[in-house]
Design a protein around this ligand. Structure first.
Ligand code: FAD
Length: 545
């Protein structure tokens, strides 16, 4: 493909994800209001410590005291083992190398997610949603072109698995780290042990000046304006601050219990509200992907860490009981008689109406949660914390700033919700009422309806997504991977042989290109056992911004 076509592909696939997820530059001039001298973060899960690190990096030299208080009796949720590629920007921004954090958190590389069993369409019962990167721009245009041609009835290959390097790496358990002589970095996420990650971040945050206190908060005291003045603890302490961050998880101690912020439920759009999790041992190789397999009443994640697999079944409690779900998970994993304890969890799906309300910002599960199908929760934490620091540094704590901030975060929630909903809406399983109800579900947002109509009409969705008129928050290749991967095309017997422009690209040429790229990547387990310091120029990694 010539440079012109490659350039077009770049524009086609550019995404609004997300400058806001990278930490602000260090040492920049800020207009932090003088009255902000003390910030109290309540909650020490992943959200609490990620927020503490983000704030410490930007605000520590502004003479702002940052304290984190966490309960000695309420544990963290302890799941959440997969990330998007944006976590890499988080650690890079903190100057923490993979070689330091990954081994301590039993972390592995993630090239993307396999979706198995979501579609029953012949040839499309499995597909991979890759983290596409620089090299994939060489094949992206062809993928989009062929998918559009197939929607219009041309018999061309439009399965996403044929077009992305990350898919090849995942299929062969290769790491997204090229050999020294191959200068193309691959965009990747991570898998990690959530508890170890929390401990790692805690250590770093404390080293960077965050004060850590263990105490159980009973309630918040409001002042006359309805702002939070302080929180009281079971130990008899009163902790005052100028700003409060609610990182108390689903409890929402400040944003919900104290400030009574309205909640927008997504229960009509997304039916799953419970999960059960179980570990299993690793085999010989360590996969470099998450696998999401559709089960009877939801889906199962399988996430490889360096020491074990984390597995879990996310399901709807309307469709089956916790016991039934555990049994189905154990059966699927071959653990019916094994003495491995399972963890059961409840999930509240939706978001608060105002993430920043009065002098409190909610970050993490307290602000809302969309089920973990695309492992986006840590990205929300990163974005919310970074966007809030941005407001602080601009010195703008006005009502207008609140509104802008809340609008931005809400838009991200809604965009992600729509992308997740599409997995369910386009499923073609008919084996249980759960799957039939999902495909029949009419509770779709207006933009999602328009996007699906556009796809079905054969006009292509690339332009609308690229301009972020529709499909907000996800890039073109993600939408095409999802819709093409689920086989949302005319049935095979209604396709015609490709003619003229429809037959522009030969799949053999794509195969050849990927064959030549793939040889530059090595076995995942091998790479993990000797994680090298990062060596690629940062410019290569931000290609999709
Ligand atoms: C089934 C499931 C799977 C998931 N998978 C993923 C995934 O793959 N990827 C991803 O990015 N995310 C995932 N998530 C989401 C992810 O787990 C969370 O976003 C993340 O762990 C942040 O949680 P948190 O810190 O907000 O809450 P928690 O981990 O619940 O922490 C809450 C904190 O608040 C403290 N606290 C609570 N009450 C009080 C009190 N009264 N006083 C003082 N402290 C208090 C607790 O002690 C604790 O420290 C998943 C979630 C679920 C439910």
């Amino acid at each position: 493909m010539g440079t012109h076509a490659a350039a077009a592909a770049v524009t086609d696939t550019a995404t609004l994800y997300n400058r806001t997820a990278s930490l602000p530059a260090r040492g920049r001039r800020t207009a932090l209001p003088a009255h902000i001298r003390r910030i109290l973060i309540v909650g020490g899960g992943t959200a609490g410590w990620m927020t503490a690190l983000t704030f410490a990096r930007s605000l520590a030299d502004q003479a702002v005291e940052i304290e984190l208080v966490e309960s000695p009796t309420v544990g963290i949720i302890g799941v959440g083992e997969g990330s998007t590629p944006w976590l890499r920007g988080f650690f890079d921004g903190l100057g923490i190398e993979e070689g330091e954090w990954m081994p301590q958190c039993h972390a592995t590389y993630k090239n993307g997610i396999t979706f198995a069993g979501w579609s029953t369409k012949p040839g499309f019962t499995r597909y991979f949603h890759p983290f596409a990167s620089m090299l994939d721009n060489l094949t992206m245009l062809q993928f989009v072109h062929n998918a559009d041609a197939r929607v219009n009835g041309a018999d061309v290959c439009a399965h996403p698995d044929r077009y992305f390097l990350a898919t090849r790496l995942a299929r062969k358990a290769l790491a997204p780290k090229p050999i020294e002589t191959f200068p193309f970095d691959v965009w990747h996420g991570y898998h990690f042990d959530a508890v170890l990650l929390g401990q790692f971040m805690q250590k770093h945050a404390v080293q960077r000046g965050v004060r850590h206190r263990v105490a159980h908060v009973t309630h918040a005291n409001l002042n006359e304006q309805g702002d939070i003045a302080s929180v009281a603890t079971e130990e008899g302490l009163t902790l005052a601050a100028d700003l409060f961050v609610d990182c108390t998880g689903f409890a929402g101690l400040l944003i919900d219990k104290a400030l009574k912020t309205p909640y927008v439920s997504f229960a009509d759009n997304l039916f799953n509200d419970a999960a059960v999790a179980l570990p299993t041992p690793l085999g010989d190789s360590i996969p470099s992907e998450t696998v999401s397999t559709a089960l009877k009443h939801g889906w199962m994640w399988q996430i490889p860490l360096t020491q074990r697999f984390g597995n879990g079944y996310v399901y709807s409690s309307q469709a089956c009981s916790a016991d039934q779900a555990e049994r189905e998970l154990r059966e699927t994993l071959g653990l019916l008689d094994a003495d491995v304890p399972a963890r059961h969890l409840k999930m509240k799906i939706g978001r608060v109406a105002r993430h920043w309300n009065k002098n409190c910002v909610a970050i993490g599960l307290s602000q809302g949660f969309i089920e973990p199908l695309e492992a986006t929760a840590l990205l929300f934490i990163q974005q919310t914390a970074t966007a809030f620091v941005d407001c602080l540094e601009k010195g703008d704590l006005s009502e207008a700033a609140h509104d802008r901030f809340n609008g931005q975060v809400n838009q991200h929630f809604e965009g992600t919700r729509d992308y997740i909903v599409t997995h369910y809406k386009t499923n073609s399983r008919t084996d249980t009422p759960y799957w039939r109800a999902n495909s029949a579900n009419q509770a779709l947002s207006e933009p999602l309806k328009q996007l699906l109509n556009l796809w079905m009409s054969g006009q292509g969705i690339a332009a609308a997504v690229r301009q972020q008129r529709l499909g907000k928050g996800y890039p073109v290749f993600s939408w095409y991977s999802l819709l093409a991967g689920m086989g949302i095309f005319p049935d095979a017997d209604r396709l015609h042989p490709a003619q003229g422009r429809e037959a522009l690209y030969r799949i053999a040429d794509i195969d050849d290109l990927l064959d030549r790229s793939e040889v530059n990547y090595r076995d995942h387990r091998e790479v993990l056992s000797a994680i090298p310091p990062r060596r690629t120029a940062p410019g290569l990694q931000v290609y999709f911004w």
